[in-house]
Design a protein around this ligand. Structure first.
Ligand SMILES: C[S@@+](CC[C@H](N)C(=O)[O-])C[C@H]1O[C@@H](n2cnc3c(N)ncnc32)[C@H](O)[C@@H]1O
Length: 334
């Protein structure tokens, strides 16, 4: 019998694998391989990593299914590996870089942060994640691209699961670059949209709306959702916003949404709901830990959503699982 410790060892070693993926993106090995099969000598020249250590990194990536190795010391990108190409639809290149740098550094502070009841990100960087991102334009661009890549696969299925056509004006609060709102507006040709986010995000947002040909039906508005949210919507969508915040801040954001909408308005949270009859979405507990470490937010159960919504003047109507990591939480003014 194989000792069970091997299974544990594999879990502990996951960070080594993650590091190899980071190196492949950081030194643009993935970009070179996206051009076609490459011999190790060429990859060594382009990355400035000597052949022997490079081969050892690449062989880890082969084991992970991201590359294939051919005779003659030649490597090729697999279809899974191609999800790491810069700009790939649903791509994880920017997410990998965020992970390999700021987020990974923040996790170094997690043990002390847990005891101090603070987020690890605040402890290590001296400010909240969103303040930090707001001060660093390069990180902000990377963060926004990472969110766009995630949105392209996390929200596939949302427009089939909810009839957006019933709403004349749809406001996406904290909508980032506009990936979700673009597919919503494409599914609802008679609706108009408002993309609302922080001014520095709005300054570069909108590309997904232009790509899907819906930009002429969408207004972009910058602001702080703790102060005020765009008025006049029939439907307010918040995707992966509430999980970034603790209960007090979440109630503050939701209360602003309630004030911005009329009594007949509707709220749609796109989140993952922990537990419940349908089981737990993949990665939900991991993401909950991630929120604890990075933002001070949390993933919530259906009951916790109901309480949070009640405290913000809403009544929870239903929670609909859409796909791994994505649920629709619908509420109306109480
Ligand atoms: C986790 S991202 C989610 C982005 C997008 N909704 C998605 O699902 O891809 C959180 C978003 O909240 C925005 N945000 C954070 N603090 C904000 C604030 N005070 N006012 C408005 N937007 C804010 C960020 O700029 C970012 O776009």
């Amino acid at each position: 019998m194989i000792p069970r410790e091997f299974d544990l060892l594999k879990i502990i070693a996951a960070e080594w694998a993650s590091r190899a993926i980071y190196i492949a993106v950081k030194f643009e090995l993935i970009e070179r391989l996206a051009e076609g099969q490459k011999p190790i000598a060429e990859l060594s020249r382009s990355s400035a990593i000597p052949e022997d250590p490079l081969r050892r990194v690449l062989r880890v990536l082969v084991k992970l299914g991201l590359l294939a190795e051919h005779a003659g010391d030649t490597f090729e990108l697999t279809s899974l590996g191609s999800c790491l190409r810069a700009g790939a639809k649903g791509g994880l290149a920017d997410w990998t870089l965020l992970w390999g740098e700021e987020f990974r550094d923040a996790y170094g502070g997690l043990p002390d942060a847990l005891r101090a009841d603070r987020t690890a990100f605040d402890l290590v960087f001296g400010s909240s994640l969103f303040e930090y991102v707001g001060r660093k334009p390069d990180v902000a661009r990377r963060f926004d691209r990472a969110m766009t890549g995630l949105a392209e696969f996390l929200y596939a299925g949302v427009v089939e699961a909810f009839d957006f056509k019933r709403y004349a004006t749809i406001v996406d609060v904290g909508g980032g670059q506009g990936t979700l709102l673009a597919s919503i507006l494409r599914s609802a040709p008679g609706s108009r949209g408002v993309l609302f986010d922080q001014p520095h995000v709005i300054a570069t947002a909108g590309e997904p709306l232009r790509k899907l040909g819906v930009a002429d039906r969408c207004r972009l508005e910058g602001g702080d959702f703790f102060q005020r949210v765009a008025r006049g919507g029939d439907l307010y969508v918040l995707s992966n916003i509430i999980h970034d915040w603790d209960d007090k801040s979440s109630v503050a954001i939701l209360t602003q949404c309630k004030e911005a909408m009329g009594p007949r308005g509707r709220l749609l949270l796109v989140e993952m709901a922990l537990g419940g009859d349908s089981g737990e979405p993949d990665l939900a507990r991991m993401t909950d830990l991630n929120m604890l470490a990075l933002t001070g937010g949390k993933e919530r159960t259906r009951e916790e959503f109901a309480e949070l919504l009640a405290a913000s003047g809403f009544r929870l109507e239903r929670v609909t699982p859409v796909q791994p990591m994505t649920c629709l939480v619908e509420a109306v003014p109480a």
